[in-house]
Design a protein around this ligand. Sequence first.
Ligand SMILES: [Ca+2]
Length: 295
Amino acid sequence: MKRLLVIGIVFAAWAAGVPAEAMPLGMRVAMWGVAVSRDRDGGLSGALDAPGLEFTTGGDAGWTAQGEAAHGGGSALKSGAIGDGQVSWVETSVDGAGEVSFWWKASSEHYRQYAIDYAMFSVDGQERLRIGGEQDWTNATVQVEGAGRHVLRWSYVKDDEMSGGSDCAWLDEVTWTPTSGLAAWLAERNLTADARAANGRTAAECYALGLDPALATNDFRIVSIELVDGEPKVEWEPKVNRWTGAKIQAVLKGAPTLDGPWEDVPEGSGSPGQLAPPLTARPTMRFFKVVVELP
Ligand SMILES: [Ca+2]
């Protein structure tokens, strides 16, 4: 008896470096993903020890990487040189709920305990924390609630007169821990990310692929997901139908967001069991899904 199993695998979060744990799982189209990030932000993420996040900077002057003041060695970001009434910001975006942690420091104009110029952290434009005056490195942890995309922004803000101290802020060691998506889904089922199923694969992988982890014969799996010459390449096993020997058919779809719209992407190069599509010309596509039909 022939049984059609349609499997969707989201395998690349393109520009934003969204971690796999942040991706939601659907009932009909299961998803499995890893983050692929490019150093598109000019070293901002490197200075912040946050390779999975992509940062942009702006305002009247941008934040830059420097090594004179950092938390725990290496480099950190310093706000740009700005004048009265100006602002310098750096931001990143994340998907879903989670916890952001970072270290920051400020040296700014203040009156007694009141910061006149200050560093501010905001989520989706809403201020959450502020430091100023002579504030040495301090750790902060902020809960981010709600589904969808969130913008995390650090700003150095000056009022309309006078300066004090070094007149800037520093930021280092930004981490993002998602509390929704796959991580939360696994926790609800008392699974850990590395728990093994009967077929030897991780239970998380089996659930994400829509397989029954109790069946040792369910062994469809992703072999690798990687960047080759700047293009994503996904490889899976088995490559052919174990009974007929026919190549397992796969269709690649791409979308700008996890919610779609999903469009077919030309297959490009790739041997059976592989897809290595030319995606450089499709900068708006950030998520990719392989739909596989298994006998
Ligand atoms: Ca001022």
